[in-house]
Write a protein that binds this ligand. Structure first.
Ligand SMILES: Nc1ncnc2c1ncn2[C@@H]1O[C@H](COP(=O)(O)OP(=O)(O)OP(=O)(O)O)[C@@H](O)[C@H]1O
Ligand SMILES: [Mg+2]
Length: 263
């Protein structure tokens, strides 16, 4: 990556930061836990005083793409076929516009009434009923999508990440969870995740989850905050640095240093 950016794209300098660290910077924190639920990947990164704690990082390939895939299968059961690439993009749009996280999944499932309609590109209007809540529910109960226990729920991922960290940090991490990535945009996502996390951590633990205004662009915002810091100027890997020391200078400069705002 450094080679492409510095040589092919002629950038004057580069810095590589953990996206979880940048997400926290974007919401004004230097310590906390960043949960990124994107398209293909979900990750949980614990951050302390601007440092990511890599040994605690959790990651799995279950995120928005799986929700879209589940919706596609649910629509197939109802006789609607979405096979081509552009049809899959239609399902993704249907998911983004129609699905939401249910605040009480079991109860709402019984006699589901909140049916909505979605207009396909050819003008056909199709109804969407229970899949509206069933598909995003896989993020909190992956067994409804993949029964082999291969994946963990989002709240378990956060819990495992916290448990991999020193006991002294648990409070700060659980109190400062930042949920980012496009898939965290579902209606009720934050509240349900917070309730489910509360239900699996010790009774007295305080759990607080925030979502930035823009859950997709917050990495860029955190990056711009970091690079604006006067103390950051010495951290860049410049083209000259790179030419003189080779790729190892990227690991040296970017992973052993911190430049947290207000740290
Ligand atoms: N309003 C929305 N409601 C639900 N899901 C959404 C919404 N907007 C975007 N998404 C989903 O978010 C995902 C894209 O998020 P993001 O841009 O964070 O992923 P990515 O960074 O490209 O993927 P990854 O991090 O897995 O490599 C897609 O699955 C998209 O359908
Ligand atoms: Mg991403």
């Amino acid at each position: 990556m450094a080679e492409v950016i510095l040589e092919d794209l002629s950038a004057p300098a580069i810095y590589v930061a953990y996206s979880g660290v940048l997400a926290l910077f974007a919401v004004g924190r230097v310590s906390g836990l960043a949960l990124d639920v994107g398209h293909g990947v979900t990750s949980a990164v614990a951050v302390y005083e601007g440092y990511a704690l890599p040994h605690a990082t959790q990651r799995q390939n279950l995120a928005g793409e799986a929700v879209s895939d589940f919706l596609k299968k649910s629509m197939l059961d109802r006789g609607h076929i979405f096979a081509t690439m552009s049809e899959r993009l239609t399902v993704q749009k249907m998911k983004e516009q129609s699905c939401y996280v249910s605040q009480d999944y079991e109860a709402e499932c019984k006699g589901y009434k909140n049916v909505t309609e979605f207009q396909l590109p050819d003008g056909t209007v199709i109804p969407i009923s229970q899949p509206r809540i069933r598909c995003p529910q896989l993020l909190f109960d992956p067994s409804i999508y993949q029964p082999l226990d291969e994946y963990k729920s989002l709240h378990s991922i956060i819990h495992t990440c916290v448990q991999c960290c020193d006991l002294d940090l648990h409070r700060a991490l659980l109190n400062n969870v930042v949920a980012v990535g496009g898939t965290s945009s579902f209606v009720n996502f934050r509240q349900v995740l917070q309730n489910k996390l509360k239900s699996i951590v010790p009774l007295r633990a305080q759990v607080h989850i925030t979502t930035p205004e823009d859950p997709v662009l917050c990495g860029w915002q955190g990056g711009s905050i970091l690079t604006e810091l006067s103390t950051f100027n010495t951290q860049w890997v410049t083209k000259d640095n790179y030419d003189e020391h080779g790729p190892s200078v990227v690991h040296k400069n970017c992973h052993t240093s911190t430049c947290a705002p207000n740290a």
